[in-house]
Design a protein around this ligand. Structure first.
Ligand SMILES: [Zn+2]
Length: 191
């Protein structure tokens, strides 16, 4: 991944956003060591990424016919991005080439996870939880989709930011339950 290192960016990144940046992505390869965490402005990202990257305005992102939103934040489709997705302050990155072979719920989860970083910072567990809860509440994640998400993340290796897959999976199942409609939650022990 192309990351610019400058003294100014470092200071701003740490002070303002704690630069969840590349550490936000799902794969170990996206990890940027502490101290090199940076906020990469969108213009800069697009310039560095070159002509293959495409900017999608907020409200215009459609993943397998699901319209996906992350507030007013745009998405960069970058086939060269070194993971399925990532997040920098103010925008989400997706790699369309890596996403295309995944089941729809997993694609949507990845987007929602990266979106989650916009709200929870670089905490991976919290971003997972955000993604799953959003999926259940918005109606694109059911039990079968949750299994597919679990299967996907179970294959990922643990990294400095991410727990091992099975542990992540256990936690997202709890988050999924917590996002159950109120009536379901209070009315049954099986939920
Ligand atoms: Zn993440």
């Amino acid at each position: 991944m192309k990351v610019r290192v400058s003294g100014i960016a470092k200071t701003i990144g740490i002070a303002v956003f704690c630069a969840f940046a590349a550490g936000a992505a799902l794969a170990q390869s996206d990890y940027v060591a502490p101290g090199s965490d940076l906020d990469v402005p969108l213009d800069q990202y697009l310039k560095d990424a070159g002509p293959d990257a495409r900017l999608i305005k907020p409200g215009k992102l459609s993943i397998d016919r699901h319209r996906m939103l992350c507030g007013r934040r745009p998405t960069v489709m970058d086939p060269k991005f070194d993971s399925w997705g990532g997040a920098y302050p103010g925008y989400v990155i997706l790699n369309p080439d890596r996403l295309k072979e995944l089941p729809t719920p997993v694609k949507l989860f990845i987007y929602a996870h990266e979106c989650g970083h916009q709200f929870v910072g670089r905490n991976e567990t919290a971003a997972d939880c955000f993604g799953v809860k959003r999926g259940r509440r918005y109606g694109w994640l059911d039990e079968k989709g949750l299994d597919q998400v679990c299967e996907f993340i179970s294959k990922l290796k643990a990294s400095a930011q991410h727990e091992a897959g099975p542990e992540r999976c256990k936690k997202i199942r709890i988050c999924y339950k917590e996002a159950a409609p109120r009536a379901t939650r209070s009315g049954s022990n099986t939920q």
